[in-house]
Write a protein that binds this ligand. Structure first.
Ligand SMILES: [Fe+2]
Length: 239
């Protein structure tokens, strides 16, 4: 599963970044105690500023972007995504190396909105190796909450970012991997059909034809994982 994370991609369109930056600048932020990692009071000067969008429209921009990102969908099998937390790091501010609490979710997503600053790289330890991410506006990286990470000190300007936590509907890691892989295969097959201008979900002769179609079969595997979870009592029930 580790090969699918960190998941780095462009998540937001230019105009969405612009809109979110406007909302960001209108939001009152507080010295951070909500970062999930950096909560020391003795280094107050080093703490970042946090807050939440007051306007639901701003959150919706982020939710919509995640919804259309199939790579995020098949990797995380998201059940719930918390409202984005705003994070503003001024000169000298940083997040010290830490892991995010599993209480926050199974996956963290860091999304950067501006690039007129220096320093402030997102650093992750991936399979023993340290990787630095200098994200462009609208780019995001999703990684498991249990992955070591930090944000390096800002050396010039001000870094504006969002942090988003997501819970997966598949709680068991092994089952999540099976579900994740079958989900990925499903998306590849659907895309191939789409390229051939076929409706991926229309089986002209109904169930008989579907029974020999890889898309239908992999969908069944995904559903079987769900059945297994329900039978084992390890599924988070929908409200
Ligand atoms: Fe964190």
């Amino acid at each position: 599963m580790i090969e699918y994370f960190p998941y780095h991609r462009k998540l937001l369109k230019k105009k969405e970044v612009k809109e979110l930056l406007n909302y960001f600048d209108q939001t009152l932020l507080h010295l951070g105690t909500m970062s999930g990692g950096d909560t020391e009071t003795t280094r107050e000067i080093k703490q970042v500023y946090n807050g939440y969008f007051e306007d639901q429209r701003a959150n919706q921009i982020v939710y919509d972007a995640l919804d259309r990102d199939s790579g995020f969908g098949w990797r995380t099998i998201a059940q719930t995504t918390e409202r984005p937390m705003l994070s503003k790091s001024k000169l000298g501010q940083f997040y010290h190396p830490h892991q995010d609490s599993p209480v926050l979710g199974d996956y963290s997503t860091s999304l950067v909105l501006n690039d007129d600053f220096e320093g402030g790289e997102l650093q992750l330890r991936v399979a023993g190796e340290v990787k630095n991410y200098r994200l462009k506006p609208g780019e995001a990286v999703t990684y498991p909450t249990g992955m070591d990470h930090c944000v390096r000190p800002v050396t010039k300007g001000e870094r504006r970012a969002l942090v988003i936590w997501t819970k997966s509907s598949v709680t068991d890691p092994l089952l999540r991997e099976i579900a994740c892989l079958s989900n990925k295969v499903y998306h590849i097959l659907a895309k191939e059909k789409d390229k051939k201008k076929e409706n991926p979900y229309l089986f002209k002769d109904g169930i008989e034809q579907a029974s020999n179609d890889p898309l239908f079969l992999v969908d069944k595997i995904f559903t079987l994982v769900g059945r297994l979870m329900v039978a084992s009592g390890i599924v988070i029930k929908n409200d």
